[in-house]
Design a protein around this ligand. Structure first.
Ligand code: GNR
Ligand code: NI
Length: 176
């Protein structure tokens, strides 16, 4: 297993549309192992492969609480095939936009079709935190971030803050 670096705003790779996985082979399984290690280390409840720089349609999730046994879940080529009319507001955060949290409205329930680690097609009806998390992760696979669902004023503010931080960090590196 290996810990991978998580890419953060304004890294342009976060806007890539990830490619479907054609075959769940050893390299895909290795990437999934690395994603779990990286997600648990962060820690986060979900991770999309592009967040470790791999534009592949792979998502890892674990919603277990800190003091509970791990419940790793993996979703390959996940697609929302149905969603409720009912919406729900949930506070979201993103490992690629560290320490920024904002409320996002999304469908309360979604049905997601995906491949499991064996490459077998599965469907899951998700509600609550799993529904929110899967929609957040599937957005990543399409180059969409949770800040795209908030007001332009708030989005512009956070994008500016991260752009400034990246500029200062690069100036600091250049001065060394
Ligand atoms: O760790 C995470 N927490 C979270 C909280 C509310 C809604 C979505 C998430 S996903 C996030 C990890 C992450 O950035 N996944 O892409
Ligand atoms: Ni995220």
């Amino acid at each position: 297993m290996a810990l991978r670096d998580i890419i953060i705003l304004p890294d342009k790779r976060l806007r890539l549309v990830s490619k479907p996985v054609a075959k769940v082979d050893a390299s895909v399984r290795k990437l999934i192992e690395d994603m779990f290690e990286t997600m648990y280390d962060a820690p986060g409840i979900g991770l999309a492969a592009i967040q470790v720089g791999e534009p592949k349609r792979i998502v890892t999730v674990d919603l277990a609480k800190k003091d509970e046994p791990r419940e790793p879940q993996v979703f390959i080529n996940p697609e929302v095939i149905a969603h409720s009319e009912e919406k729900k507001v949930h506070e979201e955060g993103c490992l690629s936009i560290p320490e920024y949290y904002e409320e996002v409205e999304r469908p309360a329930e979604v049905t997601v079709r995906y491949l499991d680690i064996e490459g077998k097609q599965q469907e899951i009806a998700a509600k609550g935190l799993l529904a929110t998390c899967l929609q957040h992760e599937i957005d990543h696979l399409n180059g969409v971030l949770f800040i795209d669902h908030i007001s332009k004023l708030k989005r512009d503010r956070v994008v500016k803050k991260f752009a400034k931080a990246a500029k200062l960090a690069s100036e600091k590196r250049a001065a060394e």
